[in-house]
Design a protein around this ligand. Structure first.
Ligand code: UTP
Ligand code: MN
Length: 504
């Protein structure tokens, strides 16, 4: 295919009827973006980004992201457009803009007459997050007429701790949170945890906002957003991107650190020392072979599969397989899918499974035989077990001390056509005794930031020490028992937050 869509005869005819002056104004409105020629990955979906409301720079940035995600984009002149995306404008205004750009009158084309959907930017942002065009919900549609009322933030200020807020998976401020989270990662790559946390906190607060942040004034409602974050937010709100963030994303150091820390078994420090030594690619690492740990070698060997997101269906399949095997060994053993999947994520980087048994102590006889059996069946490509050290060694870090196994599983892919098809998948098996199960369930459901906030709240506000093992009261020198997550929230004096609202 070559060139962009040409105006059809009808559009060309309409163009001829437009007074010369109008035509000039339309042409002078801005440089015409080169239109995508590729058909895109999603048949039946042709996007047009309405500059009215988005601004030229933001429009170009979004267009780049949409194309990279496989969307087909056409200009306003194309009759093939199915989804027109705008921001802060009404359906009428968007139609009027489209009509002006194609030199026709707004009455030529309406949403209902042609199946053209007039959508708010939230639809595109959520679709980009999902990696596919989402079904259109009523809330995605532009309001019919009149200027979108500039919504004021809730007068109620967001509570200070992430664990006091409800944070759904799909939120309204993806552009801003992605920018802030890039800076958070970059700061963590430099070992500056405090700075990293400041960016993470600001991003997390934005995720809990019930609507898109409209202006910097709305920030008053957000707790813990410092000067630097404000500057970045302002830049993104005004220009659609932040120069600082874009520079980070382009930098060799950031890209290399992203690549290296994405390898199973490679932490920030290791990645940073490799970068320091001049290593840049996986090929560079493979050439340095002998210095890699067994875990890192496996991480590198299966890198491509492990970098491919695990789907919920794959995670469920692994959970069922592990449960069947566990129950063969211990009939009442339980296997619970935790981590991001329990928070409602459709994709994940690994499969986190929490193992237990209704009878305290019986769980100790589970992991050894389970791993041996899975290994014997050729289902494990890598495994590394750690014993339970709870109550034996003083815990040095925030890491918990459950018996566990880090593994790479060989998951058969029955639907892939080739009957022998399989993929490597990261699996964490964690074993908790019944008395600690609720705490382990809460601790392993995440998100990481939600957990951090729960622990900070417990310590600062309640003088209690929360971990995945229990809730310790130092005054009474005892662990406070709980058998459900609801009870733990109650002990902390917090409103219950459901797993799907813990995406802080
Ligand atoms: P993950 O790192 O697997 O994150 O840890 P995730 O939320 O499932 O997201 P994906 O996998 O990238 O899609 C899951 C949760 O388990 C806890 C953390 O609180 C985290 O939120 N966890 C993880 C621990 O408590 N200890 C660990 O060693 C690892
Ligand atoms: Mn996970």
């Amino acid at each position: 295919m070559s060139g962009g869509p040409r105006p059809g005869p009808r559009a060309a005819a309409a163009m001829a009827l437009v007074p010369v002056k109008r035509r000039r104004t339309a042409a002078a409105a801005g440089p015409v973006l080169p239109e995508a020629a590729e058909p895109g990955r999603f048949p039946g979906v042709v996007l047009c980004l309405v500059e009215r409301g988005l601004g030229a720079r933001r429009r170009a940035l979004l267009a780049g992201r949409a194309r990279a995600a496989g969307f087909c984009l056409h200009g306003p002149g194309s009759a093939a457009v199915t989804h027109a995306v705008a921001e802060q404008c009404s359906a009428d205004e968007a139609l009027a803009w489209l009509a002006r750009r194609r030199g026709s009158t707004p009455g030529d084309r309406t949403e209902t007459s042609t199946g053209l959907a007039l959508l708010d930017l939230s639809w595109l942002l959520e679709s980009l997050d999902a990696g596919r065009p989402l079904d259109i919900e009523p809330r995605h549609r532009l309001p019919v007429s009149g200027v979108t009322p500039s919504k004021e933030p809730d007068p109620a200020v967001l509570p200070a701790y992430g664990c006091q807020r409800r944070t759904p998976l799909a939120h309204h401020n993806a552009m801003l949170t992605e920018a802030l989270e890039t800076l958070a990662r970059d700061a963590a790559f430099s070992g500056d945890e405090t700075r990293s946390l400041a960016f993470t906190r600001a991003a997390s607060a934005l995720k809990a906002l019930p609507r898109r942040l409209g202006s910097l004034r709305d920030l008053a409602a957000l707790p813990g957003v410092g000067k630097h974050c404000r500057r970045v937010i302002q830049e993104v709100l005004e220009d659609g991107s932040s120069a600082e963030v874009e520079a980070v994303r382009r930098s060799e150091r950031y890209r290399t650190m992203q690549l290296f820390t994405g390898i199973f078994g490679v932490g920030t420090r290791t990645a940073a020392s490799w970068y320091q030594e001049g290593l840049r690619t996986l090929a560079d690492l493979r050439a340095t072979g002998p210095r890699l740990s067994r875990q890192q070698q496996a991480g590198l060997q299966y890198w491509e599969d492990l970098a491919t997101p695990v789907t919920l269906a794959e995670a469920e399949a692994i959970r069922e397989l592990v449960q069947a095997e566990a129950q063969r060994i211990l009939p009442d053993a339980t296997v619970t899918l935790v981590g991001g999947f329990r928070r409602g994520k459709p994709m994940g980087h690994d499969v986190d499974l929490l193992l237990s048994h209704p009878e305290e102590g019986r769980e100790q006889a589970l992991l050894g035989p389970l791993v041996a059996s899975l290994e014997q069946q050729g289902l494990l490509l890598y495994q590394q077990r750690q014993p339970n050290t709870f109550g034996q060694e003083p815990s040095s870090s925030s890491m918990d001390q459950f018996e566990r196994c880090f593994a790479i599983a060989r998951l058969a892919l029955p639907g892939a056509g080739d009957p022998g098809a399989w993929r490597a998948t990261r699996v964490d098996l964690v074993v908790a005794p019944r008395s600690q199960f609720a705490f382990a369930l809460l601790g392993w459901t995440g998100s990481r930031h939600f957990e951090r906030e729960l622990r900070r709240f417990a310590g600062r506000q309640r003088g209690l020490a929360l971990s995945s093992h229990g809730l310790y009261d130092p005054q009474r020198e005892m662990f406070l028992p709980a058998t459900t997550e609801e009870e733990i929230f109650q002990l902390l004096g917090l409103d219950y937050v459901a797993p799907t609202e813990r995406n802080a």
